[in-house]
Design a protein around this ligand. Structure first.
Ligand code: ATP
Ligand code: MG
Length: 174
């Protein structure tokens, strides 16, 4: 077997579980006393359970930088600016080799909407510290990131309670 190395992991696809799988890995990493950072690029309307839990973990860098969903947005320039602020934070963590796990939650949207410069993102990922792991989540992951990644999982929707009219619930969705 080859030596271990820091991975780029991608959770993509239309099914539920992309963000929660990333947070499962975070739980595991925190248990190992790893230095971890989370940057979320979309902020929903609701306070999230994971955000509330993060407040109880002082050693975790947890930042939410999005402004809600683009299809609800009334100000795309402001969305772009907010995404870029998030990306500058993310870059700071990525460029610091002491961070062992970084989650870039919903990063794919910011690239697909051209809020961030794709080349800058690719270049930063390409030059990440050797032993650092980065998890990227979001639907429609750009093919260049899929190519670069070491592990890609596509969540496939088989059933979702939303189809039966069951709304998002605390503890399960947020
Ligand atoms: P989670 O945060 O629960 O792991 P996710 O990160 O895979 O979900 P996102 O694309 O970020 O999914 O969407 C977040 C919200 O959309 C979640 O509340 C999730 O339950 C819901 N969702 C995900 N997939 C579907 C689907 N196929 N139909 C309806 N709602 C969905
Ligand atoms: Mg998600």
């Amino acid at each position: 077997m080859a030596k271990t190395k820091g991975l780029i992991l991608v959770n993509t696809g239309d099914g539920k579980g992309k963000t929660t799988a990333a947070f499962g890995t975070l739980f595991r990493a925190l248990g190992r006393d790893w230095k971890c950072a989370v940057v979320r690029f979309i902020k929903g309307k609701w306070q999230t359970g994971e955000g509330m839990m993060a407040e109880r973990i002082p050693e975790l860098e947890f930042h939410t930088c999005g402004r809600g969903f683009t299809w609800e947005s009334d100000n795309l320039d402001k969305d772009k600016e907010t995404a870029q602020e998030g990306w500058e934070k993310a870059k700071k963590f990525i460029n610091d080799p002491s961070f062992q796990l970084i989650i870039l939650d919903e990063l794919t949207y910011t690239i697909n909407y051209n809020f961030l410069d794709k080349e800058d993102v690719l270049e930063t990922l390409r030059n990440k510290p050797e032993n650092q792991h980065i998890i990227i989540t979001g639907r429609d992951c750009p093919p260049e990131i899929i190519d670069m990644a070491d592990l890609v999982t596509e969540m496939k929707m088989v059933k979702h309670p939303y189809e039966k009219g069951i709304m998002a619930q605390k503890g399960i969705e947020f």
